[in-house]
Design a binder for this molecule. Structure first.
Ligand code: XMP
Length: 516
């Protein structure tokens, strides 16, 4: 049993970030909705609770609340922003509504630390924190003391050391709070007594055991391997759990990047001895895409074809009753927490792991408690090559959504070669480090050029490089002039069919990362 911290989700955009930050200190954390917090608290040993911020005003009719019994659990509690306000309110303190000028604080703020409480150990008398609040605590509950203040918020950090209850008006989880990580560490280690026992190698071993337990002595697993980090880690875990009773299926859709199939074959067959079926289905996918220009139709056809191919292949393993999927924790949290109404469908996503329920197989999801960075760390601990662990995201529909207009075999090959050049050059110069994605897009635009005194009339390729934390929003990246120049020259010289290269300068929103 690991030390466990509950993160109660009051609807903050940072809730998942809090849970990840806790895990960065090697402490297991779970995100729970307020209404289920009490029940989850009783399911196993609990070291502490963090209450997230939230968009609601403490005065709103429908402001989220926790059952007050949570305060009787005798574990340390850290309330952040709205979480602090709820805590103080519930214990008899007072919250003041956002008033006029000077009472709201957003952004960087100087914090004066007034206490040597263990929470602030090592922080120093003054530090910079990130604030984002209107309401604030105006009178402390009995037993509470002020620990720190900011210009706009006298009660910026408060606590009752004897009951181990704390509140921070600022956000320790965001990187702008300079010593946020130290504050969280103090809370987790010194106040909650967590040992830091959530380590990638141990966790990977536990996942392996868990798969073994679930499928038993003779159960067989089928899984879809895309070569992305999630399905790769999943495949290694299942292989190590049950060896040749795990059957992986890799579908070559003909829409993959240069070298991808070879890398997967080499890594999983030769190195991990995985029972791997590589299906060459390029012709089937290209046939589905013939004459199709509409991005949504492309996505849907690829998704359907993928399921068909997978179904046929999985049918070859008649004994297999289990389907392994690389579901991650953020997908699980999204489905429990109340995050507002339905959002508009911008693109119908297709994931290699996301297969339909009517396959009538029992799901094996050993990664369902993991965040992406933890999956990467597990991949390393399991011996996956760095190239796979650090792989940039690649959409399920592959090059098709980067090949605007009709996807023919020739155009797909043209794009594949251009994309190879982009990736090689970013990587050789190290400019890929720290950015989210960098790739080529083939536009359905032709333009006139001149090469060797001859007129050309060929296709145009865009370079797309973006930085992002989670793919939800993104900034465009400006690669160095040298890099751009080399990429452009190489594409035009080496890739037949392209005579012009342009750079995409659109962030998300308003653009999306992929063009289709
Ligand atoms: P967009 O284009 O929506 O992409 O801004 C956000 C992130 O998601 C990736 N992406 C996909 N990933 N299946 C996936 O597994 C898909 O269908 C898909 N479409 C987009 C995209 O590469 C970016 O990282």
């Amino acid at each position: 049993m690991h030390d466990r911290i509950l993160v109660v989700d009051f609807g903050s955009q940072y809730t998942q970030l809090i849970a990840r930050r806790v895990r960065e200190h090697q402490v297991y954390s779970e995100v729970v909705a307020p209404q289920e917090a009490l029940e989850r608290a009783s399911q196993g040993p609990l070291r502490g609770i963090v209450l997230s911020g939230g968009p609601a005003s403490a005065f709103a009719q429908d402001a989220p609340r926790l059952p007050v019994e949570i305060l009787q659990l005798d574990v340390p509690i850290l309330g952040i922003c709205y979480g602090m306000q709820w805590l103080c309110n519930a214990l008899g303190g007072e919250v003041q509504p956002a008033g006029g000028e000077g009472t709201r604080e957003f952004g960087h703020t100087r914090l004066q630390v007034e206490s040597s409480d263990p929470l602030f150990q090592g922080v120093g008398p003054e530090t910079v924190v990130w604030m984002s609040h209107g309401d604030r605590v105006s009178r402390l509950p009995e037993g509470f003391r002020r620990l720190a203040q900011s210009p706009g918020c006298p009660e910026a950090a408060v606590g009752d050391a004897s009951r181990r209850l704390y509140g921070l008006q600022f956000h320790p989880e965001v990187a702008h709070t300079r010593q946020g990580s130290l504050l969280l560490e103090n809370f987790l280690r010194d106040l909650c007594g967590c040992r830091g026992d959530w380590k990638p190698a141990n966790v990977a071993e536990e996942c392996i055991q868990q798969v073994r337990r679930q499928v038993g002595e003779d159960g067989e697993i089928v899984l879809g391997l895309s070569g992305g980090v999630d399905s790769s880690v999943l495949a290694v875990i299942c292989q190590q759990a049950i060896g040749s009773r795990c059957h992986a299926i890799f579908v070559d859709t003909g829409l993959l990047r240069a070298g991808e199939r070879e890398l997967v074959q080499h890594t999983f067959r030769d190195h991990f001895h995985l029972d791997l079926t590589v299906v060459d289905a390029a012709d089937r996918f290209l046939a589905q895409l013939q004459g199709v220009e509409d991005p949504e139709v492309k996505r849907k056809r690829i998704g359907h074809e993928f399921v068909e191919v997978f179904r046929e292949q999985a049918g070859r393993f008649a004994q297999a009753r289990y389907l392994a999927q690389g579901t991650l924790y953020p997908d699980v949290i999204e489905s429990v927490a109340a995050h507002g109404g339905p959002t508009a469908v911008i693109k119908s996503h297709h994931n290699v792991g996301g297969l339909p329920e009517d396959l009538d197989m029992e799901l094996v999801e050993p990664l369902r408690l993991m965040f992406k960075d933890e999956v990467r760390a597990m991949g390393r601990a399991l011996g996956l090559p760095e190239e796979m662990v650090q792989r940039q995201p690649f959409p399920g529909p592959g090059l098709a959504v980067r090949c605007l207009g009709e996807v023919s075999k020739t155009r797909c090959e043209t794009l594949r070669q251009a994309d190879r050049v982009v990736r090689e050059e970013f990587e050789v110069r190290g400019e890929h480090r720290g950015i989210w994605q960098y790739f080529a897009v083939l536009l359905n635009v032709r333009s006139v050029g001149v090469m060797g005194d001859q007129r050309t009339y060929e296709e145009c390729c865009a370079i797309r490089a973006v930085d992002s934390q989670d793919g939800m929003t993104a900034d465009w990246v400006y690669p160095s002039r040298d890099l751009l120049q080399t990429i452009s020259t190489r594409i035009i010289n080496e890739v037949p069919g392209i005579n012009r290269v342009v750079l995409d300068l659109t962030s998300k929103p308003p653009g999306t990362i992929e063009w289709e």
